[in-house]
Each structure stands twice: as C-alpha cells, then as structure tokens.
Design a protein around this ligand. Structure first.
Ligand code: UDP
Length: 383
C-alpha cells in the first residue's frame, strides 16, 4: 500500500483542538504519513492544545508575516507555498475559517495539491463574521474534499454547486476533542454556581466588547452568590478591555487563556456560558449548558435548537436580563458529561480519516453523521 503524505495546517487554538484529534486518528492509518505544519498565528497555546492529543508541530512556516490581515495572509501564503514545495504532500488538510486555513488552501491549490477542508460549509450568509465568513467561502472552490460537520453545512455547499459526492457529513471534530478532554474522573461539583465567559470576535472589538465586559461585571455585582470566570483570549486588545471594565469584585476573575483540558473541565462544572466563540457554542451544546451567544448572528444555527440557548448580541440590557433569568432558575450544582449532539457524536475524527482514505482509494466512502438521533428535545440539567 503506497504511503500518502498529508500536510495539516495549524495556526490557531481552535485549529489545534479540532485537528489534533484528526492527526491522531490519521496516525493510526498504515497508509498515512502526517506532517503538522504550524503557521504560528496563535503561538504557544497551539503547542499546548496539540500536546493534549499527543501531537506536535513538525514544521514551522519560516516566512515572517507582516502586520495586518493582508500582511498575515501574504506572509502565510508564500511561507506555506515554500513549505509545500519542500514537503510535496499528497493532500493538504485545512480546518475552518482562519487566515492560516485560507492561505493553506490557496497555497496547496496553486501547487496542484488536493485540499481537504475540515468543518466545511458553515455560512452566516452575511459579511460577518469578518474575515471568517469570506475565508471559508473562499476555501470551498479550492477544496477537493469537503468535510461538513452537519447536514445544514452540507446543504450550504451543495447550494453553492459544490459537487455533492465530494461532501461528507462527519460531525464536528471538536466534539471528539471534548469527549477526550472530559474523560477520566469528573471534576468535583462546585459549591457556588459558575458563569463562564469568553469573548474574542473581531467584529466585537471596541465598544461592543466593552458592553459585554461591563454587563459581566454588572452580573457579578447583582449576583454575589455566583462566581464569574472570564477566560480571556490571547489577543492583548481583548485582555485590555476586560482588565479596564472588570475588577474590584471578589466573585469575578479574569483568567489568562486556560489549557484545553482545564477549560473543558471548567465548563463541565459550569451553570451558564456567555460566549461569542464558535467552538464553545458547539461544546456547550454537547454539555447541554445554558448558553448566551453574544453575537448578532451565528453560522452555527443548529445550536439555537437548544432550549436554553439565546442569541443576545451585545446589548447590555438583553444580556443582563437573559442571564439573570437563567441564574434565577438554577438547579443544584452538579457536573455535566458531554453527550452526542447536533454538532457531533465523538466519531468525526475517525470519519475524517476514513474520508481521506476514501480519497486515496484505500477504503469505501465512510458512513456519515446523522444528528437527527441526537436532537436535544429535552433539557438535561445535570448528570
Ligand atoms: N478554549 C480553551 N481555553 C480557553 C478558552 C477556550 O482551550 O481559555 C477552547 C474552547 O474549548 C474551544 C476553543 O478554545 O474549543 C475556541 O477557541 P476560540 O473561541 O478562540 O475560537 P473560535 O472557536 O471562535 O474560532
């Protein structure tokens, strides 16, 4: 059986989490030689997240990206192009919607190397989120294999005339990562309720993010019986906003970014999540966690089927009232275990590896993910 070299492009924390499990699954295949190419977009947190799945960056892009998104995209395009010329992979795997993913897909396409897109087909049908919506739309015509997390994502691709036979519904690999991180002894139940907050989207930078930081402080003040943990993002601009707008409350902590396993175990013991993160929306669905999405629109519309999921934007009053409503109805503290959900059943990495095998003719087309079996028709407060 000929060995096939698969280059996996990893630049950001969510890519490390969502591709770490895929790299581990591919390494189990005798036909696959996997090379992880790091672009350095998010620095050390990427190494930490990959390490949790026993994976490390094999090659780092040498090209130093210039400032700004255009500089970053240009630097990564030429850096990844040079890396692919040297490595001569048979397939390039990119994930999601980052600038690294777009640069990786374009560099591979220009070098005549087939591209597999993990988490393909998410669409907000809007200009936002910026630049992610454009990035993932631009990757679609460059890719040869489209690994859609949900049937809705597949529908988006087919509507754009991507050939249906090249689209496979795998589930989202973040649910595999979540199951792995949640494995082992459960964290101890907390004595006090916990609200977990994350914020980072570029379109919220400035006043919208300030409003989120302010309302989180107001919640902490109005609910002294509750602990609020802000897991701040790596971006210094985001950290500065939370440092300026929060503080002085004994029950509110702004922590630096948490390691993935620690973050998951914190979510397992949480009672409410307030986030603009894509990955955290998916994880909250698998944990059946009450969720406030601080965005105007979400490309993960499947999440909205959850009975305790609210798309609240960045309006202070709406966030405050909705969060207070959830806190007023809290059950006794407990610990949640992830369950299969609309976003995945924990087998997406295996399906992704099988899809790559199918691309090379090593195995049959894999069976797809069917989320209808896992609709959160009822709310499970705690395990
Ligand atoms: N995450 C983490 N530590 C934290 C906060 C988040 O490991 O302190 C994880 C989270 O579990 C999720 C991913 O980071 O899987 C989401 O990353 P981010 O919000 O930066 O990006 P997005 O998912 O919005 O693209």
């Amino acid at each position: 059986m000929p060995r096939r070299r698969i280059a996996t492009v990893v630049g950001t924390r969510p890519e490390a989490i969502k591709l770490g499990v895929v790299v581990a699954a591919l390494r189990d295949r005798p036909w696959a030689e996997v090379v992880v190419v790091g672009t350095g977009q998010h620095g050390a947190v990427v190494d930490e997240a990959l390490g949790g799945f026993g994976v490390a960056v094999d090659h780092r892009v040498a090209e130093r990206a210039a400032d700004g998104l255009a500089g970053l995209a240009g630097g990564l395009l030429s850096g990844l192009g040079a890396e692919f010329d040297r490595l001569r992979p048979d397939l390039v795997l990119v994930q999601g919607d980052s600038t690294s993913a777009l640069a990786g897909a374009l560099a591979a396409y220009l070098a005549g190397i087939p591209v597999a897109h993990v988490e393909a087909g998410l669409r907000s049908h809007d200009r936002l989120p910026f630049p992610e919506e454009a990035n993932r739309r631009l990757i679609a015509p460059l890719a040869d294999l489209h690994l859609a997390p949900t049937p809705e994502a597949r529908g988006n691709l087919v509507a754009e005339r991507i050939p249906a036979e090249r689209v496979l519904v795998t589930g989202n690999t973040v649910i595999d990562a979540l199951f792995q991180a949640a494995d082992g002894p459960a964290p101890a139940p907390r004595e006090r309720p916990l609200v977990v907050v994350t914020a980072h989207r570029r379109e919220s930078w400035g006043e919208p993010m300030r409003r989120v930081a302010r309302v989180v402080t107001r919640l902490g003040r109005a609910h002294p019986e509750v602990d609020v943990l802000v897991a701040t993002h790596m971006n210094p601009a985001v950290q500065a906003v939370f440092a300026e707008e929060t503080g002085g409350l004994a029950n509110l902590e702004c922590a630096p970014p948490l390691g993935y396993r620690r973050f998951v175990r914190t979510l397992m013991a949480a009672d409410l999540v307030i986030t603009d993160s894509g990955g955290v929306q998916e994880e909250a669905a698998a944990l059946r966690l009450p969720l406030l999405i601080t965005r105007e629109t979400t490309e993960r519309r499947e999440a909205l089927a959850g009975p305790q999921v609210h798309l609240v934007g960045t309006d202070e009053e709406l966030i405050f009232k909705t969060a207070a409503g959830v806190l007023d109805r809290l059950a006794a503290p407990g610990v949640r275990r992830p369950r299969p959900c609309v976003f995945g059943d924990g087998r997406a990495a295996d399906r992704t590896a099988l899809a790559c095998g199918w691309h090379f003719g090593h195995n049959d087309r894999p069976t797809e993910f069917h989320p209808e079996e896992f609709r959160p028709e009822e709310f499970h407060p705690m395990e």
